[in-house]
Design a binder for this molecule. Structure first.
Ligand code: HSE
Length: 430
């Protein structure tokens, strides 16, 4: 039986999950494919640390280039995370004739084009299913079973940490800071949760999805991105009164030759399937012209779900090596479509503001909205006591460009019509 040799860069949680997934599936893989996959070397910069996993010590190396330059190794799995040195290691592995499998969304979103070109030039495979939504096989599905579709929309819950936090805030009423600490204790949230809570992780994943679905490159830093730190229990409770849940959505649309996108906490109607994706789960909801609406749901993070996606890629690459047809690029990042990136586009918005409870105040707000072409879909004012004390008001407005809405809201604050704008969140149309 042919043995495909693997070198793995990284033995953190995902590295251990990948190793365990391979051990769990070894017999099945051998039986179904007639080949053995063996992880022969693992980059472990600190072999003295007890990793809590039974791996023969002789597999460990402390220099990545002992793997990258090893002529015996067929596939390099990159699980270090972060843009560098991971990108350099992957590029050097491709230059050295190794196929590469990675879970690294930050490196892919930043340097996917260069890495893919290197793979193409060297007739090697670059696989990255685990980089978006962990165990959910969305990238392969887009590039294979769904290949006949022109896609018009994607709405994703792509970050488990933030979905867990928002779910707990909604269901238990726990404040943000407390849930974050609990998520860190349970191991969902990183010690430095910035990339998750500020939406950066979701923007990286959305950038990869946009390339696969629509065929253009939108760098993550170009995606209008707002994290969940501004979402308060008041917002969650008002959203519920209007029949919505708040979710951190990574959204992109393609229409009339333009792609618009954003990552933003968004009000999702309780009747929409995404509203019921809770805790650390992820979901990707896409619309194709043949398949119509389709939702993928599952675990987007964690050692075994991510390991499942990594080993899926490894086995597919190994099968192709074994058959002697080792070259393909599926899933394939695309940058060839005749489309323009048009920023955030027009969306419905929820606005929470505080205004004095005086005759004429509501008139000033609605007149200013009228001047800027902002139509009110629904609104509510919390009952006051006729003392003139400020009260919260909620507006949900029809489609409008965020920049126009921001100008109108600044006018209202500057002319004293409202005391404060407390939050503005996108509303997903359904
Ligand atoms: N930190 C990510 C999440 C998992 O919370 O979903 C890795 O992509």
């Amino acid at each position: 039986m042919k043995t495909i040799k693997i070198g793995m860069l990284g033995i953190g949680n995902i590295g251990k999950g990948t190793y365990r997934t391979l051990e769990m599936s070894r017999a099945k893989i051998e039986q179904a494919n007639g080949l053995t996959i063996e992880i022969v070397k693992i980059l472990n910069r600190h072999p003295e640390i007890d990793r809590g996993i039974d791996i023969p010590k002789e597999k460990y190396v402390t220099d990545a280039y002992e793997i990258i330059n090893d002529p015996e190794i067929d596939i390099v799995i990159e699980l270090i995370g972060g843009i560098e040195p991971a990108t350099t290691y992957m590029a050097d592995a491709l230059k050295a004739g190794k196929h590469v499998v990675t879970a690294n969304k930050a490196a892919l979103a930043a340097n996917g084009r260069m890495l893919q070109e290197l793979a193409y030039k060297n007739q090697l495979m670059l696989r990255f299913e685990a980089s978006v939504a962990g165990g959910i096989p969305i990238l392969n599905a887009i590039s294979t079973a769904l290949i006949s579709n022109e896609f018009s929309e994607v709405q994703g819950i792509l970050n488990g940490t933030t979905n867990y936090i928002l779910t707990q805030m909604t269901e238990q009423g726990t404040p943000y800071e407390e849930v974050l600490k609990e998520a860190q204790r349970k191991g969902f949230a990183e010690a430095d949760p910035t990339a998750d809570v500020e939406g950066i992780d979701a923007a990286n994943k959305l950038s990869i999805l946009i390339s696969l679905l629509f065929g253009i490159g939108v760098a993550p830093e170009k995606i209008p991105t707002k994290g969940i730190t501004s979402v308060s229990r008041e917002d969650i409770s008002f959203a519920r009164e209007f029949g919505y849940r708040i979710k951190l959505l990574a959204s992109a649309n393609c229409a009339d030759g333009k792609v618009t996108c954003n990552v933003e906490p968004s009000l999702v109607a309780e009747t929409h399937p995404l509203a019921n994706v809770n805790n650390e789960f992820n979901a990707v909801y896409i619309t194709g012209n043949a398949v119509d609406n389709l939702m993928f749901y599952g675990r987007g993070a964690g050692p075994l779900p991510t390991g499942s996606a990594v080993i899926g890629d490894v086995v597919d690459v190994a099968r192709k090596i074994e058959k002697g047809s080792a070259y393909d690029l599926l899933p394939h990042l695309r940058y060839d479509a005749d489309l323009q990136f048009a920023g955030e586009g027009a969306n419905q918005y929820y606005i929470r503001l505080t205004a004095a409870d005086h005759p004429g105040v509501l008139g000033q707000i609605t007149s200013t909205f009228g001047v800027y072409g902002i139509g009110i879909r629904t609104m509510m004012q919390r009952a006051g006591d006729n003392s003139g004390k400020a009260v919260p008001m909620i507006f949900i407005v029809y489609d409008i460009e965020k920049s126009i809405l921001t100008t109108a809201l600044n006018v209202l604050v500057n002319n004293g019509s409202v005391e404060s704008i407390d939050n503005v969140l996108r509303v997903l149309k359904s």
